[in-house]
Ligand binder design. Structure first.
Ligand SMILES: [Zn+2]
Length: 677
């Protein structure tokens, strides 16, 4: 889909989800999840989660599984009931959002029709691609790919202008790769080599399904890999991309045209269906210069092969079994997942990603109460008050920076549960008997909506996550925090549980999102969401010194084997947010306890101990080695074990709650301890 270049910082990388009406069996913390044979100051992750880890097997249809996925699983049951009810009542011509959602889901479940269609849904587009006979034809084909939302070669869409956050502008950013990171094209270790081989097999197998002879398919895939490798070499690394200024190169359309003489932007915009505009952010100019030279250096036959492959690959998960299998085999090689998810779950996922507001509206009607929204909002207000207090008492920050930081916090927008205005699906055509067509139409519809925003004022009320999502986010340009209905339930948030558990769970999640406004990336944006340096040089330096400690701490963590490290710079923003989120949530929790009779211990644990147990249980997770190896390359979040433990070892509050001493593994030495917010 379009718009991937925009900055949005999710809590956790997971595509889909929702929520169940059923309550968790235990409110708060279940003692059977602990392993009390382990000392809490030695390995708190095992102490808090050892019981769960011992009895939980990784389900074969997941490459990683934990609190987030448990909630997704529970929510899937609710979403399935909703989707099946709507699917059973679809009229011949679906008109309302509910009817269209029902038809969309029904067409996805109809495996007989999907198998019968085979490769047919690809034919028209493949014929067009085969007919590309000139560089201009290539530009128009790229534009057409973007019109339909499969984003060949680069990403394109509307985004808030980093330096004028009230306006939406056109933006194009690096992309076009089939492997999940540019590093996999340029690295020469056994993991990267094996993934390239799996990718070649995947592409070749898919091209043979289109009728290509095996030798021809193998040759095409080699040339596709060569083209993608050239794109990868011209791409910034994920760490380089954490610098917003490295991704901001707004220029007049004429300047963009002279940067890429072979790619005429006015033609591209027109054919993609984007409005005429006189400025564009070519986010990474070096990448677009490379694209431009590849447009003439690479034979058109190779470009046609690249486009056939990417178009097919994009739709493959929604086509007949041979395409789905080829796609899944690659996922298997990449993530270690053992089994394909059952069709109904894939269909819920499709509905959430392509008709998310239709699904979300039906979902919150059934599951999300005004009371839940009110309680979540009250908690956000308590967290904002706690961070406000921290900002006022922070010893390392000078007064002028402090004043701007406080102003930024007070300008935060808060989105809870679901949007006030739902997306209008009136113009989306859904056909009960044509699932692939529905996918293409839904993605074209979403893209058109995205493009339509270019050149217009930013709609601050817009949501960028669907209501059933089990996640949360902060946006630097919008300067707002979002907590969808999907995450506002146990184990994160449970009205029936004690305060300790809710502050250690949802409270820390809220604090995490707020802290993103002040992490290595977020701190570069001001209260209005503009990329502008509001720091004195001294304060900026003090921030960087403190942040470096966090990066160094996470650099030392390994996964799978002693040679595979977490990347402290890639995960810096998330690790700062975890640390700050916990600190602020703990302060808010203490504030909530003040002036009241002290709550009794529960299951032998003090309120403070339960706060930290609640945090650790969010991060209980199992994952395959392949998943973890890929995670440290692509994911700005450290693996769950280190998210659970890393920040705690910096907190005096944790050491006090558990009686940990200097020298214990869960206590970092004063000379290494990181404290920022
Ligand atoms: Zn985050």
């Amino acid at each position: 889909m379009s718009g991937r270049h925009r900055l949005l910082v999710p809590l956790f990388v997971l595509a889909l989800a929702a929520r169940a009406s059923a309550q968790a069996a235990h409110h708060g913390l279940d003692p059977v999840n602990l392993d009390t044979t382990c000392a809490p100051c030695q390995d708190f992750y095992r102490y808090a989660n050892g019981g769960w880890l011992a009895r939980t097997a990784l389900p074969p249809e997941y490459p990683s599984f934990g609190s987030f996925t448990e909630l997704v699983e529970r929510n899937n049951t609710t979403l399935r009931r909703i989707a099946e009810r709507l699917a059973a009542a679809v009229p011949v011509t679906p008109k309302t959002a509910d009817q269209k959602l029902g038809a969309f889901y029904a067409s996805c479940i109809d495996s007989t029709a999907i198998e019968r269609a085979g490769a047919d849904p690809l034919k028209n587009e493949l014929t067009r691609i085969d007919a590309i006979a000139s560089r201009e034809g290539l530009t128009r084909a790229l534009a057409r790919g973007h019109h339909h939302g499969w984003d060949p070669v680069f990403n394109f869409g509307g985004t808030a202008d980093f330096k004028r956050s009230t306006m939406m502008i056109a933006a194009a950013s690096q992309g076009g790769l089939g492997l999940p990171d540019r590093d996999y094209y340029v690295r020469d270790d056994s993991t990267a080599r094996a993934l390239r081989i799996a990718y070649l097999e995947y592409a070749s197998r898919t091209l043979r399904l289109l009728g290509d002879a095996p030798a021809a398919a193998d040759s095409e895939t080699q040339r596709i890999l060569a083209l993608e490798t050239a794109l990868a070499r011209a791409s910034l690394t994920r760490v380089e991309r954490r610098d917003p200024n490295a991704n901001y190169h707004k220029m007049a359309l004429a300047a963009a045209d002279s940067l890429t003489p072979n790619l005429a932007w006015p033609t591209f915009l027109r054919d993609a269906g984007a409005p005429a505009t006189n400025a564009i952010n070519l986010a990474q100019p070096r990448f677009f210069r490379a694209v431009d030279s590849l447009m003439t250096a690479v034979p058109l036959a190779d470009w046609r092969a690249y486009l056939r492959w990417h178009f097919t690959r994009h739709l493959a998960p929604w086509l007949s079994t041979p395409f789905v299998d080829a796609s899944f085999q690659f996922q298997r090689a990449l993530t270690g997942v053992k089994e394909l998810q059952p069709r109904w779950k894939r269909c819920i996922q499709a509905a959430n990603s392509m008709m998310g507001d239709a699904l979300g509206q039906a979902y919150v009607k059934e599951t999300f109460t005004p009371e839940a929204r009110r309680r979540a909002l009250a908690m956000v207000e308590n967290l904002i008050a706690a961070l406000d207090d921290r900002l006022h008492t922070l010893e390392w920050m000078g007064d002028s920076t402090r004043a701007q930081a406080v102003a930024k916090l007070r300008a935060f927008g808060t989105k809870i549960g679901y949007p006030d205005k739902w997306r209008d699906y009136t113009k989306l055509l859904v056909d009960l008997h044509d699932f692939a067509g529905n996918v293409v139409r839904a993605q074209t519809f979403a893209t058109a909506r995205d493009f339509d925003r270019i050149g217009k004022p930013v709609d601050k009320a817009e949501w960028r996550m669907t209501a059933p999502t089990v996640n949360a986010s902060y946006s630097p340009s919008y300067n707002d925090i979002t907590f969808p209905a999907g995450i506002l339930q146990a184990p994160f948030f449970d009205p029936a549980a004690d305060d300790a558990v809710n502050y250690g769970g949802m409270g820390a999640v809220i604090g995490h999102e707020m802290t993103h406004g002040f992490d290595d990336q977020g701190r570069q944006f001001d209260a209005q969401g503009n990329l502008r340096d509001w720091w004195t040089p001294d304060d900026a330096q003090r921030f960087k010194d403190r942040a470096s400690r966090v990066a160094t701490q996470f650099d030392a963590y390994t996964v799978v084997d002693s040679a595979t490290h977490v990347n402290g710079r890639l995960t810096l923003g998330e690790s700062i947010a975890d640390l700050g989120g916990l600190k602020v949530a703990y302060a808010a929790f203490q504030h909530a306890l003040a002036g009241k009779p002290r709550p009794p211990a529960i299951d032998g644990f003090t309120p403070e101990q339960r706060f930290f147990l609640a945090w650790a249980q969010i991060w209980r997770a199992k994952a395959t080695p392949q998943y973890l190896r890929n995670q440290v390359v692509v994911d700005p979040h450290a693996p769950a074990r280190w998210r659970g433990m890393g920040p705690l070892s910096n907190l005096k509050e944790f050491a006090e709650a558990w009686g940990c001493k200097t020298g214990d593994p869960m206590v970092r030495a004063d000379s290494l301890r990181a404290t920022i917010w």
